[in-house]
Design a protein around this ligand. Structure first.
Ligand code: ZN
Length: 448
């Protein structure tokens, strides 16, 4: 059977991830992401108003025109998890394929919300929920399986396409967490089994985000203890404490909520995306927040909450807000500019349970936001975070588990893909032979 991989997006950048795998006449597309920095760089860009082809030209969404070179029919579109660089283009591209969108329940819910908020593209593909550990028949001879993995968002999976020529494992976005705060540990046992099944692993497509960083990415449990330590250390402070983190990082939000209560403060979630992700996770039963936990997204209800906090005393509350990257319109940035009813005072604490995404736009915006907070007297606690991506030792462990015949590095610029190529070469693989370094828009033929 012919097996091909089309590297559509995310092979020259972090963002707009998209890969198609063809096995015989059946094609599966993994991820359809957005490159947010290409959107944010233009002022006043409203992606909802733009045509798909314009978004492709500006580098915001995957250039899927290479799909015309691929034989066969697309049988499924499979996003691996709910981050925008993996699902953000579904609402703008999926209507071009007569295929269902298949993913884990939390991801499907986020995809559904996004399709509803951008209805002008008229995406109406079927949405199918499939849990980690389950499988689905794709063609006569191919089967799709979801392996449970751990990442910085709940319900993330690594899809595996089982073909007569061996398995194609789409390995994007994971860390090896054996003690996650929400959900099950990564299913390494299943990866080892797949590596030792009949035909073994024909190809492994891997996320190279941290391939240049030595050692092991710590468990979420470590970030949680770091956060607890910081919050206990300021337990006796009788002024304002504010925290920010990734809105989609439900495990971290849960830790913040619990530790707020531990130090005698009432947690409250503020900002549109805080309300969206935490509300969704709670509705689907992934997290059990206190019944009276306030979540407010609309400007008016946020301002009303800030007024109540100022009236009843800042020392009684922990606002958990958006704005960890200094995004101009996010809550913490507005607080720094003095645009909310919450007054920051000398000595107040601001906790960033996040790391700045190393990208010039983010770094500049975050610097500005921090300066504004400091000018009001705020003290900053920074970098209380662990990454969601494997470092070198995790990569070695994955290669040992899967023993793939071919490797396709993904999810980075060429410079960083090279780190992973060197790592694979140290395991006996060779560039140009069984390591396939690609660019956006190429097709790799694995079998004749
Ligand atoms: Zn991710």
């Amino acid at each position: 059977m012919e097996v091909e991989i089309a590297t559509i997006g995310g092979y020259e950048e972090v963002g707009r991830q998209c890969t198609a795998v063809r096995a015989g006449q059946d094609v599966v597309i993994f991820d359809m992401g957005l490159n947010l920095s290409k959107v944010l760089i233009h002022d006043n860009v409203e992606t909802e108003q733009m045509h798909s082809l314009d978004l492709i030209d500006m580098g915001a969404i995957p250039d899927d025109r290479v799909m015309s070179e691929i034989e066969g029919d697309v049988q499924a579109i499979v996003p691996t998890h709910g981050h925008l660089d993996h699902i953000g283009a579904i609402s703008k591209l999926a209507h071009r394929y007569d295929a269902p969108i298949v993913s884990a329940p939390f991801t499907i819910e986020l995809v559904k919300q996004q399709i509803q908020s951008e209805s002008k593209f008229q995406v109406d593909n079927d949405l199918i929920k499939m849990d980690p550990g389950e499988t689905m028949q794709i063609g006569d001879e191919t089967e799709l399986e979801f392996v449970n993995i751990t990442h910085s968002i709940i319900d993330a999976i690594n899809p595996v396409l089982h073909t007569p020529e061996g398995a194609v494992v789409y390995g994007l976005d994971k860390r090896m967490d054996h003690t996650p705060v929400i959900g099950d540990p990564i299913d390494m046992e299943r990866f080892r089994e797949i590596g030792r099944e009949d035909e073994g692993v024909l190809a492994y497509i891997e996320d190279c985000t941290n391939a240049g960083r030595k050692g092991r990415t710590p468990s979420e449990r470590v970030a949680r203890e770091h956060l607890r330590d910081v919050m206990q250390s300021i337990k006796d402070y009788d002024g304002g404490i504010v925290a920010t983190t990734f809105s989609s990082h439900i495990a971290r939000v849960k830790s913040l909520v619990e530790f707020a209560e531990e130090i005698g403060r009432e947690p409250v979630l503020l900002g549109r995306s805080m309300e969206k992700y935490s509300g969704t996770a709670e509705r689907l039963g992934f997290v059990d927040f206190p019944d009276d936990l306030g979540m407010y997204g609309h400007r008016k209800s946020v301002d009303r909450t800030f007024k109540r906090i100022m009236k009843e005393g800042k020392e009684n509350y922990l606002p958990i807000v958006t704005g960890h990257q200094g995004e101009p319109r996010a809550m913490l940035t507005r607080m720094g500019k003095g645009e909310t009813p919450y007054d920051l005072e000398e000595g107040d604490k601001v906790i960033f349970s996040a790391r700045v995404i190393p990208e010039p736009t983010n770094e500049g915006q975050r610097y500005q936001s921090e300066q504004l907070l400091k000018m009001q007297g705020a003290h900053i606690y920074d970098d209380i975070h662990v990454s969601g991506h494997l470092r070198t030792e995790g990569h070695h462990q994955m290669l040992e588990a899967l023993q793939p015949k071919n490797i396709v590095p993904a999810h980075q610029s060429l410079k960083h893909l090279a780190d992973y190529v060197e790592l694979c070469e140290s395991e006996g693989y060779n560039l140009g032979d069984d390591i396939h370094l690609s660019r956006n828009g190429n097709v790799i033929s694995l079998t004749e």
